[in-house]
Design a protein around this ligand. Structure first.
Ligand SMILES: [Zn+2]
Length: 325
């Protein structure tokens, strides 16, 4: 079996489990690992899940968070402390956000919304679910579902008593709740979720109910982390050392190493050449993030590199930190 096939299998597995923790810097994967909670990600086609009731008995079964995507050259995603604190005032977190401040600076400098909207946080909803699609997936138990608002809308739409639509039902109730189905079509920003339906009443075992509180699985980012990501972007590290020539060289070396029998392709070969021309400036890994953002449709392209300096924002944050210390 070729090594490429192995790589494709790995990529499939990764896509199934969701974005790697490397970029998603708002979920605490250490805590999730401790709790044995993997990420749930819907597949193309029909999906069947059971939403679990959260640890807080009075809380809604989904937890809204606000996330800055695509920050810095690695496209890090951070929790927006400002919006999250606004929606969850009970959280003991600093309600300021250097990324929002940065957006404000650009706005005040007269930049068009289109050009700085990539700095505006988007809404996500966290749910604890069990994947009922197959016996195997069900056996894997509770998982974390980091979902776009459209999913939440779908869950709310089926949270009504169909005989008496004025009545709300708790589909996450451990004894009286329901299995829910929905379909997923497409990928990336064109992902569509629809056909939300209750499949039937379902009672869940007690050992699925020992779940962390939502805020326990979140990472509250520090100013330093966010500013560092933004700084790197500004200093133009988009295209790191690997120049095109180096990459070509590396490609050739890898090819000769793995498939010794294969004839060396001449550099001039048209297909190869075209591929190089079309090569995106950004590293391929960023496409993964692009898919992850999905449905937040409006996620815009980044503004060009010639953004105004953010040193004032950085300096203010440093000063603030000093006073705190
Ligand atoms: Zn923010």
């Amino acid at each position: 079996m070729s090594s490429r096939i192995d790589s494709i299998k790995q990529a499939q597995q990764k896509a199934k489990e969701g974005l790697s923790s490397k970029f998603k810097k708002y979920l605490d994967f250490a805590v999730l690992d401790d709790e044995g909670l993997k990420q749930y990600k819907p597949s193309d086609g029909n999906n069947f899940i059971r939403i679990l009731p959260p640890a807080d008995e009075k809380a809604y079964f989904g937890y809204d968070i606000y996330v800055h995507h695509n920050i810095g050259p690695s496209n890090d995603a951070y929790l927006c402390r400002r919006r999250t604190k606004e929606e969850h005032p009970e959280l003991d977190i600093d309600g300021t956000c250097p990324i929002c401040e940065r957006a404000n600076v650009l706005k005040n400098q007269g930049m068009e919304w289109e050009d700085y909207k990539y700095l505006i946080p988007t809404t996500r909803f966290i749910f604890f679910v069990v994947d009922y699609t197959t016996a195997e997936s069900k056996a894997e138990g509770p998982k974390v579902f980091d979902a776009p608002p459209k999913i939440n809308d779908g869950f709310l739409a089926v949270s009504v008593n169909r005989r008496n639509p004025g009545d709300v039902i708790d589909i996450s109730d451990p004894d009286e709740g329901y299995e829910v189905s929905f379909t997923r079509k497409g990928s990336g920003i064109k992902t569509q979720y629809d056909g939300f339906k209750l499949e039937g009443k379902d009672r869940v075992p007690d050992d699925w109910l020992d779940l962390p509180f939502f805020d326990e699985i979140l990472i509250i980012p520090s100013d330093e982390d966010m500013l560092e990501s933004m700084q790197m972007e500004e200093s133009g590290t988009k295209e790191p050392k690997s120049t095109r020539a180096q990459r070509r060289e590396r490609r050739t070396t890898t090819r000769t190493q793995t498939t010794k029998t294969e004839e060396e392709e001449p550099e001039e070969k048209p297909t190869r050449k075209r591929k190089q021309v079309q090569e995106p400036v950004e590293e391929p890994v960023e496409e993964e993030e692009a898919d992850e953002i999905e449905e937040e449709t409006e996620q815009p392209k980044k503004a060009s590199e010639d953004l105004p300096a953010i040193s004032d924002v950085v300096e203010r944050a440093r000063r603030k930190r000093r006073t705190r210390e």
